[in-house]
Design a protein around this ligand. Structure first.
Ligand code: G6P
Length: 612
């Protein structure tokens, strides 16, 4: 949420910062701004709207310089307009600050500053921090770094910040507490960003700042210290393992479509070196040493938000069925605030594409504090959740940029399938059962390919249902979470209202909504619930609802009842959710395109939710 980027080096910072903002735009895109040092002058430009609005307002002859900061915003305090956009300056216009997070005690701090006669221009919490730094800097005779540190010690909340000061022009001062910050170390140049995507084009050497770290960067080098005790700390320089091409859109019109298509390969990447078809097992290096503790746990919790939570629901079915361990799936935002039974015999699995979601992070911190073992399933390597959990598995889906999660979801479900298989084999699942599951997983790439090749069957449905105001998604068992995820995808990007329900629950409410204008999507594989789902389809049909049936066999029943049929290649019933979710991603995508929506940056959403 909010993207921040900073540069200090030999090049003109402006093109680097603007390109960086475009890379980070998935984090928020309601307004953007930039501040650049040129000698002892600071130039600042801020605009409501997308980064392109800011870019087109830039006058290169004025806005140029080799030290700068820039920000793309997802509004929390104050509506998205030019004034509330970051960077925020102090009342002397010497200091400028970009911020990701929330300053919770901004009200009290603002009152104190107003009593000192300081006038505020914006409605933001960030301006309060800029003014606080300035007030301390001028009244206490401190250096800029010392003033930033002193101000941060008065702040309650979460932040990733970068600040500049025209009285100390060759300097970036950055800090993180609750919001991610990555330092890129180039050849005589330094980059700061919310994630590594603005940096990878220039250098692969990065330092992930830890909670409570402050980085002071000048052309001479960088120092990392702790905010609270001023101790210098050393942090490992990591090497980025993904390429610049991976974050380009290529020939696709949208990142989301690119990422849907990548699933043919990403699912294989997720399983690479992990799946053991002959042994009917899986090996997950990042959790292997912890398996004795996991397999003897009294309970597992899976905690996550959004799409990752849906993956967790599928994980519950698999883990309970294969390994026989009770699993509770909890929204992280609820879990963190309730008195769940957590002790040393508890394992808490956190699922997060970004590895930075504030609620999920808080949930694992709480679980750790109560003695639980924590396991992270994350996509972004080096992310906070992946670093703070005791053990974990990376999903290896590559950078996901479209705000609506697609390839990360199927990778998460794949990892959960491998984990359930591995734990299951240790707790009595037979080799032959394991082999069936492993074989089905191993043949997924080919089946995803067939679904993507057959995308026209989905395009037809989208074309004919594009004027619907509501959709209902129904499935049973493992396919109930698929229904939830299908509905979420649709509302996120097409703004069509959609609900996911367990198919039989339809009778307890949603059936009242069904008429000839209501498309109802059924996820109906030929498993042990098939006959039951068929009855539900009949119930919809007799109320003139439009039936869209995703199934793996074209039986007579289905042909008779389906207004539209989407065929899914046959597979093991536990693996079916991975395949079924892909046409639903395509359906949401097609409908969003037909309705002229901004697919990759849907209104009001952000990809990485680093505030509560
Ligand atoms: C936001 C995103 C979703 C994502 C959720 C959890 O809502 O828009 O796509 O599923 O956050 O994010 P995480 O990075 O923790 O998986």
């Amino acid at each position: 949420m909010c993207g921040i980027v900073g540069y200090l080096g030999k090049q003109d910072s402006v093109p680097i910062l603007i390109k960086g903002l475009k890379r980070l735009e998935y984090r928020g895109y309601d307004s953007a701004g930039i501040a650049v040092m040129n000698g002892n002058n600071m130039h600042l430009l801020k605009k409501a709207g997308k980064v392109r609005e800011l870019e087109s307002a830039i006058d290169d002859s004025v806005l140029t310089g080799s030290v700068g900061i820039a920000h793309t915003r997802w509004a929390t305090h104050g509506e998205p307009n030019d004034i509330n956009a970051h960077p925020h300056q102090d009342h002397t216009n010497s200091i400028a600050l970009i911020h990701n997070g929330i300053i919770e005690n901004h009200g009290v701090l603002k009152q104190v500053l107003e009593q000192q006669g300081i006038e505020f221009k914006s409605n933001t919490d960030t301006e309060v921090l800029a003014q606080l730094i300035s007030s301390i800097y001028y009244s206490d005779g401190l250096t800029f770094e010392q003033a930033v540190r002193a101000a941060l010690q008065k702040v309650v909340g979460a932040y990733g910040i970068v600040a500049i000061n025209k009285r100390e022009p060759d300097k970036l001062v950055a800090a993180r507490f609750g919001s991610p910050l990555v330092l890129g170390v180039g050849d005589g140049e330094y980059f700061l960003a919310s994630d590594a995507s603005p940096i990878v084009e220039y250098t692969r050497n990065v330092v992930y700042l830890d909670e409570g770290d402050m980085a002071i960067i000048t052309s001479e080098g960088y120092t990392i210290k702790k905010i609270f005790d001023n101790q210098i700390v050393s942090r490992e320089v990591a090497t980025l393992n993904w390429s610049y091409e991976q974050i380009e859109k290529g020939n696709y019109p949208h990142y989301m479509l690119k990422e849907i298509h990548e699933q043919e390969q990403t699912i294989i990447d997720t399983m690479r070196g992990r799946i053991q078809v002959e042994k009917g097992n899986a090996h997950l290096g990042g959790v292997h040493d912890w398996l004795p503790r996991i397999e003897t746990a009294r309970r597992l919790y899976i905690t996550a938000c959004g799409t990752s939570w849906h993956a967790g629901l599928i994980g519950k079915y698999l883990l309970e069925e294969y390994a026989g361990i009770p699993v509770h799936v909890e929204y992280a935002s609820e879990f963190r605030y309730r008195e769940a039974i957590i002790d040393s015999e508890t394992v808490v699995i956190a699922i997060s594409q970004s590895g930075e979601t504030a609620d999920t992070l808080a949930a694992i911190r709480k679980a750790k504090g109560k003695g639980a073992l924590t396991l992270g399933i994350c996509n972004v390597v080096g992310s906070t959740i992946s670093r703070e959990t005791d053990c974990g598995v990376y999903t290896h889906a590559g950078p996901e940029i479209g705000v609506a999660s697609t390839k990360a979801f199927t990778a998460q479900v794949t990892v959960l399938s491998l984990l359930a298989l591995n734990l299951g084999r240790r707790r009595g699942l037979s080799r032959s059962q394991g082999q069936k599951i492993a074989r089905a997983l191993a043949s997924l790439g080919n089946k995803v390919h067939r679904i993507l090749k057959n995308a026209t069957q989905v395009e037809k449905v989208a074309w004919e249902t594009q004027y619907a105001d509501n959709f209902l998604y129904l499935g049973r068992g493992l396919n109930f979470p698929v229904a939830l995820e299908g509905a979420l995808k649709l509302k996120e990007i097409s703004y069509i209202h959609a609900e996911g329900y367990p198919a039989a629950e339809m009778k307890h409410g949603p059936i009242a909504l069904i008429d000839e204008r209501m498309p109802v999507v059924f996820i109906a594989p030929h498993d042990h619930t098939y006959e039951k789902v068929l009855s539900n389809i009949q119930e919809v049909k007799s109320r003139r609802g439009k039936t869209i049936i995703l199934t793996d066999k074209k039986t007579r029943d289905i042909v008779e009842l389906a207004d539209y049929m989407i065929e899914i290649p046959t597979t093991h019933q536990h693996i079916f959710p991975i395949l079924a979710s892909i046409p639903l991603q395509l359906l949401a995508y097609q409908l969003a395109v037909l309705r002229g929506c901004d697919v990759d940056q849907p209104r009001n959403l952000a990809k990485s939710v680093t505030v509560e």
